[in-house]
Design a protein around this ligand. Structure first.
Ligand SMILES: [Mn+2]
Length: 303
């Protein structure tokens, strides 16, 4: 792994190394404190690092950014399980990359790490979080903590971020009712909460039926994309902690991302919940490709 990171460049954690002006930076957060089904996503970042290293040697990958020269920062050690420490460290490095004019792409780690990246952005109400996920992640608390990965998007709402949830196919009644109101009927798979902050949820079936354009109506110009890999079908992405049948194909995800970002600015992104213990290598490669795809939006980076 040390070798994998040499080429992508790795300032020591917390060293405050001066970062050269390059388009993208990866913030690695091997954080795992609340795995509720299968453990192991603390090893996600190093699996992605190996795939990015392989990708850096690949000349022909049309549509994906060249990843050689990207900065790689390890936000904290794998032993960190205190949410405040994770959020502080991920926030610090995300801020550092933003300050250097680079697009921060966070790789996890469990979905809780998104809170760390979002902490680096001051004006939450002008940064819409677009979540691709099988699960709603809207619980107020789960298994005794508000920093469980099942609460990730509830915390984003708490910060004041408008939210668009896409591909959802698993949620409990209470979390939906609490955010979208009792009697939310989900007609055509789209739930709408009129904020502040506003929120929308497009189910998996709603996406299949062409509901994304409706869901995107009125969504703001600055976007933070969070991709929980379990939004994908377990057939193409088996290496996740909480797999759900009937997910998106890789193409379907890229197509949806393209439509989300058309005419909008990507301010930051993350790819989370990779669980190498469940993987045969295909999910790690896919996660690295996703990061490289997100990197194509780096030219539009802004704070
Ligand atoms: Mn999630």
């Amino acid at each position: 792994m040390a070798r994998a990171r040499e080429k992508i460049e790795s300032p020591a954690p917390g060293a405050g190394a001066r970062l050269p002006p390059r388009a993208c930076g990866i913030v690695a957060s091997p954080y795992e404190a609340t795995a509720s089904f299968v453990a192991g996503c603390a090893f996600g970042p190093e699996a992605i690092a190996a795939e990015l290293e392989a990708a850096a040697r690949t000349a022909l990958r049309p549509g994906f950014a060249q990843v050689d020269g990207w900065t790689w920062v390890e936000a904290h050690h794998r032993s960190v399980v205190v949410p405040d420490v994770m959020r502080r460290d991920v926030g610090k490095w995300t801020r550092e990359l933003l300050g250097a004019g680079r697009l921060p792409i966070l790789v996890g780690g469990e979905h809780t790490v998104t809170a760390g990246a979002l902490a680096a952005f001051d004006d939450a109400s002008s940064l819409t979080v677009v979540q691709f996920d099988a699960h709603a992640d809207l619980r107020q608390a789960y298994e005794g903590t508000p920093w469980n990965h099942a609460c990730a998007m509830r915390r984003a709402l708490d910060r004041g971020h408008p939210l668009l949830q896409v591909g959802i196919r698993s949620a409990v009644r209470e979390e939906i009712d609490e955010v979208y109101g009792r009697g939310a009927d989900g007609s055509r798979g789209l739930l709408v909460r009129r904020g502040p902050p506003p929120a929308r949820l497009l189910t998996r079936s709603g996406l299949r039926e062409g509901g994304l354009d409706d869901a995107l109506r009125g969504v703001g110009e600055r976007i933070y994309v969070t991709i929980d890999l379990d939004v994908l079908d377990p057939g193409c992405a088996p290496g996740v902690g909480t797999p759900e049948p009937d997910g998106l194909s890789f193409w379907e995800l890229l197509d949806a991302l393209e439509r989300v970002l058309a005419g909008r600015t990507l301010a930051g992104a993350d790819v989370v919940e990779l669980c190498p213990a469940r993987d045969d290598g295909r999910t790690a490669r896919l996660a690295a490709r996703l990061a490289a795809w997100l990197g194509t939006a780096a030219s539009a980076v802004e704070r």
